[in-house]
Design a protein. Structure first.
Ligand code: PLP
Length: 222
């Protein structure tokens, strides 16, 4: 199937319950161009430099989502144009995003990445860490950021019950935060689900699925 058909198929499955972020990491600009010509405008990248290069090469009406780990010293490169940062995992990073967003006269939408998988290697905050961040005094002063939701990656396993359980944990935590009174926080997005588990994620309340290989085919690396 073509890229156009894959996107159409997935969007039909999502039934407007969740929006599709097409994960284009490692794919050349020509591949993104094909998706663009099919009418698609929402791309996810996991590396800053790659995202900047693609941003510069492609039309400017694309919504760019940073889905991978973000280092503080690289925020400045994406602050002028990034639509949503899915991977915020510290107050220090948030402070830098706020600073760089301010320089660009922008308010940047962010998600807190929550650790839900069994694997040790994945980034993310624990629930108490995330709650502490959301309740911190510093956050109230960050006028150039808005925390619009949470992101999580399930364990990479064929065990559907395990994956569903992890998504449900994230959803439950998300629901428990909704009453937090703070003008920086407007929780409405739950970024969960990838090629192997996006249907399950939508059943568990995902509003943004991050799908790469199911659209573009397998990646050679990363
Ligand atoms: C690569 C990646 C995806 C997409 O993975 P696929 O299995 O190819 O759909 C989703 N989220 C993050 C954070 C990724 O790094």
């Amino acid at each position: 199937m073509s890229i156009r058909e894959n996107i159409a198929h997935i969007e039909q499955q999502l039934q407007s319950k969740a929006r599709l972020v097409a994960v284009t990491k490692t794919k050349p600009v020509e591949v993104l161009q094909q998706a663009y010509e099919a009418g698609f405008r929402r791309f996810g990248e996991n590396k800053v430099q790659e995202m900047v290069e693609k941003y510069e090469a492609l039309p400017k009406d694309i919504e760019w989502h940073l889905i991978g780990h973000l280092q503080t010293n690289k925020v400045k490169y994406i602050a002028p144009f990034v639509a949503l940062i899915h991977s915020v995992d510290s107050l220090k990073l948030l402070a830098e995003i706020n600073k760089q967003a301010g320089k660009n006269n922008r308010v940047i939408d962010c998600l807190l990445q929550i650790h839900i998988a069994e694997e040790e290697t994945k980034f993310g905050l624990s629930e108490p860490e995330a709650r502490a961040l959301l309740e911190s005094e510093e956050l109230i002063q960050m006028h150039h950021i808005r925390i619009v939701g949470l992101m999580g990656m399930a364990t990479n396993t064929d065990d559907q019950a395990q994956v569903r359980k992890e998504f449900r944990v994230l959803r439950t935590f998300f629901d428990s935060l909704k009453s937090l009174p703070n003008e920086r926080i407007q929780l409405r997005e739950l970024s969960m689900g990838m090629s192997g588990d996006y249907l399950l994620a939508v059943e568990e309340g995902s509003t943004l699925v991050r799908v790469g290989s199911a659209i573009f085919g397998a990646r050679l690396y990363a």
